[in-house]
Design a protein around this ligand. Structure first.
Ligand SMILES: Nc1ncnc2c1ncn2[C@@H]1O[C@H](COP(=O)(O)OP(=O)(O)O)[C@@H](O)[C@H]1O
Ligand SMILES: [Mg+2]
Length: 365
């Protein structure tokens, strides 16, 4: 059985998740996993670039540094598993997104983390740069995980949603009738706003378990203002990032609500994630929502989703046999396997691309 590595770091910029996996029909065999956190200074520089602050030198230097850290994450997961690098067929590396602008007059999505360094340091063929071909074909370049969700998590006769709660939240609807199209799109922020506010107000990178949010109360006026943002009302295909949902966005919203406590704002941001997901859910009865991504560990957020998304049942992808943290990395391992088999990785009905495309560029060893 072939083995693959998936490398992923999302908009939260918390670190690089690496997984070593095999795919056998609809079964995913996880051999090992590893997370390489970003050092604080690197995270800060990446964050600056994501907010359009920095120079071409910063981009070039970080492309190198992030590529080295991705290579380290891959090498470590190989070492932990006891496998030989030569027995790994390929690495699928998402890279680190700096900017995502699918809707501009000159659409682009910019990921860094030099794949030539990953291939050189690990001795494993590396596939990277998955989003651009879909964009070139008129798509959003995102989300790319729905094809993976469809392959491994769909079952006839059951309506399922996979809800990924990273910096941004994206949802994939897998209809009970397999002849119906899969839908998928970014619903808006998941952790991005909560992380930004928590860091700004408390100096902590994130609100563990949502405990700080739980000290506050939802302010309905603020929540209503935030939900009136045009993004939530737009029809898919759509995708977004921290170039839109960031601290500036929060501060603009707060102009009319300056009297609120920090915890009330945090609680309202948490509710925004839950309500914006609930409002954009497909209408299906007896549906189960399987949560994944770091937000699945946020107890308060999961409680809010249970409340707002009813009558849908909220579960975790762990119930499908894959721990929430490893769904996206596994998806990029699988996307690499698709590329090397000459098969498409996008779902045009999700991204809006003109057709199915083989994604990514291959860096052979
Ligand atoms: N125990 C926890 N409680 C609350 N939030 C958490 C917890 N663990 C992780 N998170 C959140 O998940 C985020 C990372 O999730 P991740 O799926 O890696 O997102 P991304 O794909 O954007 O990197 C963190 O920034 C944090 O906001
Ligand atoms: Mg992450």
């Amino acid at each position: 059985m072939k083995t693959w590595i998936g490398l992923m770091s999302g908009t939260s910029m918390d670190g690089i998740d690496a997984i070593l996996v095999s795919f056998d029909g609809q079964k995913i065999q996880v051999h090992n996993t590893h997370t390489t956190p970003y050092p604080d200074d690197i995270r800060q520089r990446l964050f600056n670039l994501s907010q359009n602050r920095g120079t071409p030198d910063d981009i070039g230097e970080l492309d190198h540094t992030v590529g080295s850290l991705f290579a380290l994450a891959a090498a470590t997961v190989i070492e932990k598993s006891g496998f030989q690098a030569s027995s790994v067929t390929a690495i699928g590396s998402h890279g680190q997104t700096l900017r995502h602008h699918p809707d501009s007059a000159t659409p682009f999505s910019l990921q860094i983390g030099d794949p030539t360094i990953i291939a050189e340091r690990t001795g494993v063929t590396t596939v990277a740069d998955f989003r651009r071909r879909d964009l070139a074909a008129g798509g959003e370049g995102a989300p790319l995980v729905p094809a993976f969700h469809k392959t491994f998590f769909s079952v006839a006769g059951e309506d399922r949603c996979i809800l990924n709660l990273g910096g941004i939240a994206n949802i994939t609807h897998l209809p009970a009738d397999k002849n119906e199209p899969v839908t998928g799109f970014d619903t808006g922020p998941a952790n991005a706003l909560m992380d930004a506010w928590c860091l700004d107000q408390t100096g902590r990178a994130f609100d563990k378990d949502g405990s700080w949010a739980e000290e506050g109360e939802v302010n309905q006026a603020l929540l209503g203002d935030m939900l009136s943002d045009a993004y939530f009302l737009r029809q898919p295909p759509k995708s977004t990032g921290t170039e839109k949902f960031n601290l500036e966005w929060i501060k603009t919203q707060l102009r009319r609500h300056s009297e609120l406590s920090g915890a009330d704002v945090q609680r309202s941001l948490l509710e925004l994630t839950a309500v914006s997901v609930a409002q954009q859910l497909p209408q299906a009865t007896g549906m189960t929502i399987f949560a994944c991504g770091g937000g699945a560990k946020n107890r308060a957020l999961m409680g809010a989703l249970q409340r707002t998304c009813g009558p849908a049942r909220i579960a975790s992808t762990a119930d499908l046999g894959l721990d929430p943290q490893w769904v996206e990395p596994a998806a990029f391992a699988w996307l690499a396997s698709q590329t090397l088999s000459g098969k498409p990785g996008n779902l045009p009905e999700v991204t809006g691309a003109r057709g199915k495309r083989i994604l990514g560029a291959v860096y052979y060893v």
